[in-house]
Design a protein around this ligand. Structure first.
Ligand code: AMP
Length: 412
């Protein structure tokens, strides 16, 4: 199995969708045919606002890399992209711009046409996603300037999880904090979990609505989602992407008492704690070496580095525990999905996690496990196991497809 179509419902025309994923110092972009998922052009501008700012634009098989010595910002990155699109005569093909927006709160369970009101709501939701929503808004405003005549669509990372029941999203805190301030679990990586669940449904040859799945998105950020009858019913990330399993630089679930200890005894400020739990913990924190799974695999396998081994072992154990905990949400389970940079590529991580899931009747075919990497997808379970798929995620395609459908529906 390779990249497959995410939906049956596709727009009748095949105009391209420009997909924008704007981070605080980066802009990821792709121009996608929403009907067949073909990427016409893609690229990344990174290290924005620093002297290392660079932009890479790839069209078909050619790679055009532009390195700028002077610092440049999101707007400049987008205007470089626009110039490229003009030179390649592609602007006329763009039907709409689809933006990945991280936090849609309870308000946005669907892709949404961006209006002034929607922009204000995204801005207000920045309280819940201070690192992400402001960056997403920068991308929206820059695209409005660059493409004043094109409609813009927001596709929210939280949207797929809006089907979670109250028992999954309410924290064990005074209920008034939820009612008055929206403090509840929202979940993230929704677009990715949705895409891979849809692909697994195709493998099962039944509608997504009849599928019961657990999906592990393991990249720099990691989350595990349980999908019952095609809907997300629980997920490991919470009000912010900090909750849940351990990640590259985030610690995941943490005893709140540790925060008081750090403040009372070690003089930590709130900013220090923010940096500690989000930037200095996880694989990086335990290994003291790197947040990058490849570096840690090399260190533990080639150099026998004990800290790297410990970091990877804790990482896998916490993910396996999270997967196993979802047996409380399901009465049937069709299979487990691995996706994200680590889930799609690390045979070691997949082996370690699945080894811990014997009680749920999972076991791997090591040959298939080794063979399914670098964009390949497929079932890596052995014959006696439940299905266990590696599925290469494609959030951009979902954003393109959903934006195209919304545009078409809004025109009818
Ligand atoms: P993502 O955030 O989805 O791009 O995933 C980033 C993570 O995927 C990093 O920890 C990478 O080390 C990991 N990764 C990418 N390629 C490989 C690979 N070939 N083997 C193991 N981990 C990989």
């Amino acid at each position: 199995m390779t990249h497959q179509q995410p939906h049956n419902k596709v727009p009748v025309n095949s105009a391209a969708i420009l997909v924008i994923n704007c981070g605080s110092s980066s802009v990821k972009f792709s121009l996608i045919n929403p009907v067949n998922g073909e990427t016409l052009l893609s690229g990344l501008a990174e290290c924005l606002l620093s002297s290392d700012a660079s932009i890479t634009i790839k069209k078909n098989n050619t790679k055009d890399t532009l390195k700028l010595a002077a610092p440049f910002d999101h707007q400049t990155a987008l205007s470089i992209l626009v110039t490229q699109l003009q030179q390649l005569d592609l602007v006329k093909d763009i039907a709409t711009v689809g933006h990945r927006v991280v936090h849609g709160g309870e308000k946005y369970a669907q892709p949404t046409l961006i209006t002034d009101e929607v922009e204000q709501a995204i801005d207000q939701l920045a309280k819940l996603a201070p690192l992400h929503n402001p960056a997403n808004l920068i991308g929206i405003k820059a695209c409005q300037q660059a493409f004043p005549d094109l409609p813009q669509v927001a596709v929210f990372d939280t949207a797929f999880h809006q089907t979670m029941p109250e028992k999954s999203y309410v924290y064990g805190l005074p209920y008034s904090l939820y009612q008055e301030h929206g403090i509840r679990r929202y979940g993230f990586h929704g677009t990715s979990h949705y895409f891979v669940a849809k692909q697994a449904a195709k493998q099962l040859n039944k509608p997504l609505e009849q599928c019961n799945l657990i999906s592990a998105h393991l990249g720099n950020g990691c989350s595990v989602t349980v999908i019952k009858n095609g809907e997300s019913v629980d997920t490991s990330m919470g009000m912010t992407p900090g909750e849940g399993v351990m990640m590259g630089t985030r610690c995941g679930d943490l005893d709140s008492g540790i925060i008081f200890y750090l403040v009372d005894n070690l003089g930590y400020s709130i900013n220090d704690i923010d940096k500690l739990v989000n930037k200095e913990s996880g694989l990086l924190g335990i290994s003291g070496l790197s947040n990058d799974c490849r570096t840690l695999e090399d260190a533990m396998l080639a150099d026998n580095n004990a800290q790297a081994k410990l970091a990877m072992t804790v990482f896998c154990y916490r993910i396996a525990k999270s997967i196993a905990s979802y047996s409380a949400s399901l009465t049937q389970l069709d299979g487990l999905i691995f996706t994200g940079g680590i889930g799609e590529n690390s045979t070691w991580v997949r082996t370690e996690i699945v080894k811990l899931l014997g009680l749920l009747n999972f076991s791997l075919d090591e040959e298939k496990n080794q063979a399914t990497r670098f964009g390949a997808s497929g079932n890596i379970a052995d014959k006696k196991s439940r299905a266990c798929w590696v599925i290469a995620t494609n959030e951009e395609w979902v954003i393109a497809e959903q934006s195209a459908v919304l545009l078409r529906n809004s025109m009818q």
